[in-house]
Design a protein around this ligand. Structure first.
Ligand code: IDP
Ligand code: MG
Length: 145
């Protein structure tokens, strides 16, 4: 998900472009405003953290671009491309390392490959089944041996 800071900074295309160029396939995309209830559910694992209030305020502060991507090892690969949670620690070349500076304004959300259920859980929070589109990219045989 492109978070509200990156949407405001005109970076939707940049984030999408990086994932597309890698060869990943977008199968769902939604420009939307997250409300308080959805934000609290989305970040339920952080309910007890001291930053929870600020996090909910931030993710509801403006529109986001929610996406579903497919590809080899997609959840872990996207996490690698996102970089460390704190942009100050994120390696150059990663999305956060190139496009953000501050922990509370870190440009992108991604499901957690260390929590295998988070992927499906988050997809179903933001998308109905019919909003996910099955298709083949024309370059698939040039992306996968
Ligand atoms: P992630 O986004 O890399 O998966 P999480 O640990 O799941 O990182 O935290 C969710 C979001 O909460 C982060 O992306 C960041 O925006 C915010 N966050 C995490 N830790 C802190 C903190 O210590 N202070 C303020 N915000 C934080
Ligand atoms: Mg997380």
């Amino acid at each position: 998900m492109v978070k509200p800071d990156a949407v405001q900074r005109g970076l939707i295309g940049e984030v999408v472009s990086r994932l597309e160029s890698r060869g990943l396939k977008m199968v769902g995309g939604k420009f939307m405003q997250i409300d308080q209830e959805l934000a609290e559910e989305h970040y339920a694992e952080h309910t007890d953290e001291p930053f929870f209030g600020d996090l909910v305020e931030f993710i509801t502060a403006g529109p986001v671009f929610a996406m579903v991507w497919e590809g080899a090892d997609v959840t872990r690969q996207v996490r690698e491309m996102m970089g460390a949670t704190d942009p100050a620690e994120a390696a150059p070349g990663t999305i956060r390392g190139d496009l953000a500076l501050d922990l509370g304004r870190n440009a992108i959300h991604g499901s957690d490959h260390e929590d295998p259920e988070s992927n499906e859980r988050e997809i179903s929070l933001f998308f109905d089944d019919e909003e996910l589109i099955e298709y083949e990219r024309i370059d698939e045989s040039w992306l996968y041996e």
